[in-house]
Write a protein that binds this ligand. Structure first.
Ligand code: ATP
Ligand code: MG
Length: 238
């Protein structure tokens, strides 16, 4: 579904990523771990085609992003949901307007037409009762779940999560990781989760990669990761 091959990326002559390879299959969950500033969010931006690598290939749904038209890129992006760091809701819009934003802003559909889909997405994340509330009335964990509902409205085949549990208390984090797992099993979505949080990654991921020095310092399955966790942590966070 997603494959990065030999990706190099630099900004202003400074190398950010060097020879990064990764792949995510259908209904697969990949955790991307690494220290702050190691390039994790940059990898998500490359997968979305928001930035172009200097070298290498980005394959999404069987297409290589540098060789397709802008229209095709827009279509591919619709199959990918993104949940940004901090949730990134519009504070002046209601929860329902945030979730239905794309349809309300970019199509001629009315509030009444969009509302049932918005309600269904909010129900999926357990927040059906918040449709008319403002984001400021929600807790941090609830805001993240609204951001997930907004990503789900296109029925994506893959969702990219950037630090979905950072800054949340353990209960709220658990509600997010449970939701990520449920979307995988019930909606059959593939997921990429960028995180600092090892416990949360172990809750959801089938595969792990560690970014270090701009490259993939370690990659392996959940079982391999769990078995070597202490050693890997010493290597990367010493
Ligand atoms: N537009 C940009 N211009 C200059 N430098 C950038 C730009 N975007 C990212 N960087 C640099 O690239 C590196 C990787 O940034 P990135 O945001 O991918 O890190 P991260 O692993 O997501 O960090 P965090 O865990 O803090 O979110 C950082 O050193 C950052 O300063
Ligand atoms: Mg980041």
């Amino acid at each position: 579904m997603i494959e990065l091959r030999n990706i190099d990326y630099s900004v202003g002559g400074r190398s950010i990523l060097k020879d990064v390879n990764l792949s995510v299959g259908e209904q697969d969950t990949l955790a991307i771990l690494g220290a702050s500033g190691s390039g994790k969010s940059t990898i998500l931006r490359i997968i979305l085609g928001l930035i172009n690598p200097d070298q290498g290939e980005v394959w999404v749904h069987g297409k290589e992003l540098s060789r397709i038209s802008y229209e095709d890129l827009v279509e591919i992006r619709k199959k990918m949901g993104i949940v940004f760091q901090e949730g990134a809701l519009f504070d002046s819009l209601t929860v329902g307007e945030n979730v239905g934003y794309y349809y309300l802003e970019h199509t001629r559909q009315t509030h009444a037409e969009v509302a049932p889909r918005v309600q269904a997405m909010l129900d999926t994340v357990g927040l059906g009762h918040t449709i008319n509330m403002m984001p400021e009335e929600l807790s941090g964990g609830m805001r993240r779940r609204v951001a997930i509902a907004r990503a789900l409205i296109y029925h994506p085949s893959c969702i990219l999560y950037d630090e979905p549990t950072t800054g949340l208390d353990p209960m709220s984090s658990k509600s997010i990781t449970d939701l990520i797992n449920r979307l995988k099993h019930e909606h059959r979505v593939a997921s990429v989760m960028v995180t600092h949080n090892l416990e949360d990654a172990l809750e959801v991921a089938d595969h792990f990669i560690m970014i270090q020095g701009g490259g993939v310092g370690w990659s392996g399955t959940r079982r391999q990761f769990a078995g070597q966790q202490k050693k890997i942590m010493e290597m990367f966070y010493q």
